[in-house]
Design a binder for this molecule. Structure first.
Ligand code: ZN
Length: 294
């Protein structure tokens, strides 16, 4: 993540230049100098609004990364543990920007403990690690429910829903399932990665993301759809849930990609290539350092 995303920077600079240009044109056509102070006011208002988010991010980076957070990440995130020094600095930077940007709360806006918020930010930072130009696609934030699950009526500690990724609304997570996802880092089950993958998937479809595969350049939506159709779900390493549709296939595969990438690569190399191109990283290179004592 960048303090100012390149896409945002382009528009900020373009509009900041456009406002005086339009003002000069009005002045030239009307000959009325009264437009000048109005123009200055408009430019100042625009810059205040446009630079609010980068300013908040910059403020969020001012303080040093808390030692207790680093210790927590080392004990709970195998991904963070496997990174080299530069990688860890980028990860910590992304965690802080995520926490500045994304509202994470309990039901009814209740505040949550820092370890819960940190775990959510850490999962997002791992998924964004190869994509510094991407932003977390969570404009409506994250709502965490108590217990292991909730039901279809959003009754807590009932039903069997561990998380949800509604197209309009916050990402929903059950706290117990979130913790469980990080407790066993190699089982290929992580509700945070699963739900966040749904948000990334929708963004990629909306933006018309293209993947550069060995077979050629292909649209993201087409690549994952074809892979889902030709995947042998009967003998797959992925859970049966992946057979439901291409969106669930990608979300389930993302869990395995970030938690247990080696078996996924060996069993399904084409799927692995698609995920590697999507996330622009190969988690094998990070996770396997844990076993080499680095
Ligand atoms: Zn799902």
């Amino acid at each position: 993540m960048r303090v100012v995303a390149r896409y945002d920077l382009f528009f900020i600079v373009s509009y900041a230049l456009l406002i005086p240009l339009v003002g000069v044109l009005i002045l030239w056509l009307s000959g009325r100098t009264v437009v000048l102070p109005l123009l200055l006011l408009l430019e100042a208002l625009y810059l205040m609004l446009a630079l609010r988010k980068p300013w908040q991010r910059r403020l969020g980076l001012r303080t040093s990364f808390p030692g207790a957070w680093r210790e927590f990440l080392l004990s709970r995130s195998v991904y963070f543990r496997g990174l080299d020094q530069d990688g860890r600095m980028q990860f910590e930077h992304d965690v802080r920007l995520f926490l500045v940007d994304v509202r994470i709360s309990g039901i009814g806006g209740r505040s949550l403990s820092w370890p819960i918020r940190l775990l959510i930010a850490a999962g997002a930072a791992a998924m964004l690690h190869g994509r510094p130009d991407w932003e977390p696609p969570l404009v409506d934030g994250v709502t965490v429910y108590p217990g292991m699950s909730f039901d279809r009526n959003y009754q807590v500690k009932k039903g069997n829903i561990a998380g949800q990724a509604p197209p309009r609304g916050p990402m929903l997570l059950a706290e117990g399932s979130l913790l469980q996802g990080f407790a066993d880092a190699e089982d290929g089950f992580n509700v945070l990665i699963h739900e966040l993958a749904h948000f990334f998937d929708r963004e990629a479809r909306k933006d018309g993301l293209k993947l550069r595969l060995r077979s050629g350049t292909v649209a993201w939506a087409e690549a994952i759809s074809l892979e889902w159709q030709r995947h042998d779900h009967g003998t797959s390493l992925l859970s049966a849930y992946a057979a439901q549709n291409e969106a669930e296939f990608f979300a389930v595969a993302s869990e395995m990609f970030f938690e247990n990438p080696r078996p996924l690569h060996d069993a399904h190399p084409e799927l692995f290539e698609i995920l590697r191109e999507f996330y622009q990283q190969d988690p094998r290179q990070v996770l396997e350092k844990n076993f080499k004592g680095n």
